[in-house]
Write a protein that binds this ligand. Structure first.
Ligand SMILES: [Zn+2]
Length: 265
C-alpha cells in the first residue's frame, strides 16, 4: 500500500510521530507521500523523508491555496522563484499541494491570484519533470479547476486531484485531462454515495489511495485523528465500491502511485 497524501509533518503528529510511522510499517504501508502546504514545511518534510527508512517517506514542495490569504501578494513571484530553486535542488517527488479553494478569504486570495500561483507551479512541475498534487475545495473550485485545465496543460508527468469530492459530471470532465484521482476516508462513510459513484467511474490506471491524515479519518476509526496505518480501511472500501478483491485494489493503487510519483518498487 502507498499513502499518496499524508500530512505527517503537522504538529498533530509531534507527540507520537515515531509510533505513527511504526504502525504504518506494521500495517503494510510501503511508501508515504507528504504534501507540502507552506514554504516553511519544505525543509521539514525533506528532513523527515531523509530520516525515515520504513515506510519510505517522500517529500514534495508547493504552495497550498489555504496559506495564500496570509501571504503578501507582492511576494508571489518571489515565492515561485524560491519554489523553482527548491525543485532544482532535487529530492522531491512532486510539486504541491496546490490548487483552488473557495472556502478561504477570497478577498485576499481571489481566483485570479490563486490561478497565477497555480500556473506558476504547473510551469515549475513541467520544467522539472515532476507531477502535481492538486487540491480543490468548494463546488465552485472544482468547476473552476476543470476550466483552468482547459487553458493550462498538465505537466507531462501528470497530476493527482487528491481526495476527490467533485461529483460524477466533473469527474468525466477532469478525466479528459488524464489526471489521477485520490480517494481518502470519505470512501468509507456510509452516507458518502457520491464519492463511491465517482470511485466507480475512475479508469483503473488512474486510481490512488490516500489517508489525508490527520484529517478525513476513515471508518471505523472515527472520530479522532487519522494516520497512515488506516489506509487499509480506505482501500477495502474502494475495493467494495468497485466489486474487486482488496488485494487487487491494493496492487492496482500501489502500481499507479509508483508510476505517477516515479517511486522505486
Ligand atoms: Zn492535503
Amino acid at each position: 500500500m502507498i499513502d499518496t497524501h499524508c500530512h505527517l509533518d503537522v504538529d498533530r503528529f509531534d507527540g507520537d510521530r515515531h509510533a505513527v510511522i511504526a504502525r504504518a510499517a506494521k500495517a503494510g504501508v510501503l511508501d508515504i507521500v507528504v504534501p507540502a502546504v507552506d514554504e516553511a514545511s519544505w525543509d521539514v518534510i525533506a528532513e523527515l523523508a531523509t530520516a525515515t527508512r520504513t515506510p519510505r517517506v517522500h517529500a514534495t514542495a508547493g504552495i497550498h491555496p489555504l496559506v495564500v490569504p496570509d501571504l503578501d501578494p507582492s511576494d508571489d513571484e518571489k515565492v515561485l522563484a524560491r519554489l523553482e530553486a527548491r525543485a532544482t535542488r532535487g529530492g522531491i517527488v512532486a510539486i504541491g499541494e496546490c490548487g483552488l479553494d473557495d472556502t478561504i478569504d477570497m478577498a485576499r486570495a481571489p481566483y485570479p491570484r490563486q490561478e497565477a500561483l497555480l500556473r506558476g507551479q504547473f510551469a515549475i512541475a513541467a520544467r522539472h519533470g515532476l507531477p502535481l498534487i492538486l487540491h480543490a475545495r468548494g463546488r465552485g473550485a472544482y468547476a473552476r479547476l476543470v476550466e483552468f485545465l482547459d487553458t493550462c496543460a498538465l505537466p507531462p508527468a501528470s497530476a493527482v486531484l487528491h481526495s476527490y469530492g467533485g461529483g460524477i459530471d466533473l469527474l468525466k470532465r477532469f478525466s479528459e485531462h488524464r489526471l489521477y484521482f485520490g480517494f481518502a476516508g470519505p470512501a468509507t462513510y456510509p452516507n458518502a454515495r457520491k464519492v463511491r459513484t465517482s470511485l466507480l467511474a475512475v479508469a483503473e490506471d488512474r486510481l490512488l489511495a490516500e489517508t489525508d491524515a490527520p484529517d478525513q479519518t476513515p471508518e471505523p476509526h472515527r472520530p479522532g485523528r487519522s494516520e497512515p496505518s488506516y489506509l487499509g480501511a480506505i482501500i477495502a472500501a474502494m475495493a467494495a465500491a468497485r466489486g474487486k478483491d482488496v488485494a487487487e485494489l491494493n496492487q492496482l493503487t500501489t502500481a499507479n502511485a509508483r508510476r505517477l510519483f516515479g517511486l522505486p518498487a
